[in-house]
Ligand binder design. Sequence first.
Ligand code: ASP
Length: 584
Amino acid sequence: MYRSHNCGELRASHTNTEITLAGWVQGVRDKGFMVYVDLRDRYGITQLYFDEEQTNKKVLETAQKLGREFVIQVKGKVQERASKNPNIPTGDIEVLVSDLTILNKAKLPPFTIEDKTDGGEDIRMKYRYLDIRRNPVKNSLIFRHKVTQEVRNYLSNASFIEVETPYLIKSTPEGARDFVVPSRMNEGQFYALPQSPQTFKQLLMVGGMDKYFQIVKCFRDEDLRADRQPEFTQIDCEMAFIEQEDIINTFEGLTRHLLKEINGVEVDKFPRMLYDDAMRLYGNDKPDIRFGMQFGELNQVAQHKDFGVFNNAELVVGIAVPGGNSYTRKEIDKLISWVKRPQVGALGMVYCRYNDDGSFKSSVDKFYDQDDLAKWAEVTGAKPGDLICVLSGDKNKVRAQLSALRMELSERLGLRKPNEFAPLWVIDFPLLEWDEDTERYHAMHHPFTSPKPGQIELLKTDPGAVKANAYDLVLNGNEIGGGSIRIHDKETQALMFDYLGFTEEEAKAQFGFLMDAFQYGAPPHGGLAFGLDRLVAILGGQETIRDYIAFPKNNAGRDVMIDAPAPIDDEQLTELSLKLNLKS
Ligand code: ASP
C-alpha cells in the first residue's frame, strides 16, 4: 500500500493516527536539528516533521538531502502543529515521520511548481507535465472534468445518446482548411480529419437516433489567431423532429444547468437578439451585454454640415464612454492611436466631451454647434461626464472597429466582470456571406443550414438578404455555441450546393452520401455545437482556453513538449507513396 491517506486529507481529528503518505517534495526547510518538508499530491499539501530527538538519524539525514520534486513515501504519526497554518486545510497538523523512502529522485525542475511560478509560458509548455502539478492548471483540468460530467448528466437525462463518429473521414466544410492524413493502403488518397462531425450527426438522424451528442475533437487548419487551437473540443448535438424553438429551449436548459451547478448562478430566460440588431447595436455578432455602451448611428445628426469625412461615410457611429470626460488630452490621443493601429484599422476618431455643466467640447467644434452635439449625446445615450467616441467609414469595417474600441474600453473600465454571466441567443443569421477574396457567396454557417421558410426564392434575386434558421449562443462576448435547422431534402440541398458554386458533379463527389441518405426518409432535424474549451474557460472566469487543455499547442500550432509537427523519415514517405515538394 503506497498510501493510507492523501496529502489534503488529514485534520486534527486524525491526531495520533499512524498513516502512510506518498507524494512530491514541494520544499524542505532544514533547521539543522529539525526539518520540515511540504509533501504535495493532487489533493493538497501536508507538512512532514523530523527532529533530532524523535527521528531516527538516518531518516533525518535522508530528509535533509531531499530535493524539490523528489517522489517519496513516508510513514508516521499525525500530531497537532505547534504553530498552525490557517491558510491550508491540513494546517492544524503535521506528520511526525518514522520511515522515509525515496521512490524516485527528480532533477531540479526548470521552474518553481507553485501557484505563482517563475516560469514563462514557453518553458511551462515544454514541461507541461510539471505545469500540471501547479494548482492553477490542475484545478482548471478538474474544473473541466466537472463541466463535462454535468454536460453528460444533463444530456443523458434528457435521453440524448452519446455516439462516436469517425476521425478519418472526407472533408466537412466548416470554413477552414482540412488537416489530411495519407492512406497507405489507398495510394495517393487522403482522409481529412473532421472540422466537426456535421454530416455524421445528420446521418445519425436519418438513422433514427433522434437525440445525439458527443464530446468530440474537431480539427481545423486555420491561421491561429490568439487563443485558438488547431484541435479543439465540441459538445456536438443534433435532434430530429424539432424546430428552432426546441433546440433553443433544450440547450438554454443545458447552459442554465451548467451555470447553476458549476457557478451557483441562476439566470432568467436568455434574451434573443436578431443578428441585424447585434450588428447595429454592438457591431458584432457576439455582443457582450454585461454592460451598455450601445452604438448610436449618427448619420442623421452628423451628415448635415460641411464635414466631408462624415458626409462621405457610409456609416457614422459612436459610443458613450462612461466617465470618459475625465480622460486627459494625452489619454484621448493615445486612444486615437489605438484605433489607428493596423489591428483595428480606423483612419481616425472624432470625440466629444460631455462636460458636467451640460456643455460639449468636441474635436470638430468647427463644424458642429452645441445643439448638434446634444443630438449626438442623445443618440449615443451619453450623460454628463462621458466621452463620445465617433468613427466613420464603410459600414462593416467601421462597426468592427468601434466594436474593438468598445471591448477595449470596457475592459479598461472593469465592466467585463468574470463572475457576471450574460448569455443571449443571436438568431436569424444571414444564410450567405460575401467573400471579397473569391468574389463569391459562401455559406455563413455551413452548406447544410436551411433558409428561413419562404426565403428560398430570394436566393435568386438578393442572396445576401436571405436569412437562415441559424442561431448562436453567446456568453460574455464569446460565441460559445452555434447551430442551425438543416436542409433535409435532396432537392433543396442540391439547390444550395448550386448557389454555393458547386457543380452537380462536385456536389455529388463530395456530398453524394448525404444527398443519397436524404432520399431514404430523412426526418426534419437540426442541432448545434458548443465550443467546450471556451465554455469551460468562461465558466471558470478566464478568457484564455489554454489552461483548460491538458496539452495545448502554441500560437504556431506546435506542441513544444513532444515537438510536433515533425518530419517523417524517407521510409515512411515511401510507404505512403509521398514525395516532398517543400517551398523552403
Ligand atoms: N457543425 C457546426 C459547427 O461546428 C455546428 C452545428 O451546426 O451543429 O459549428
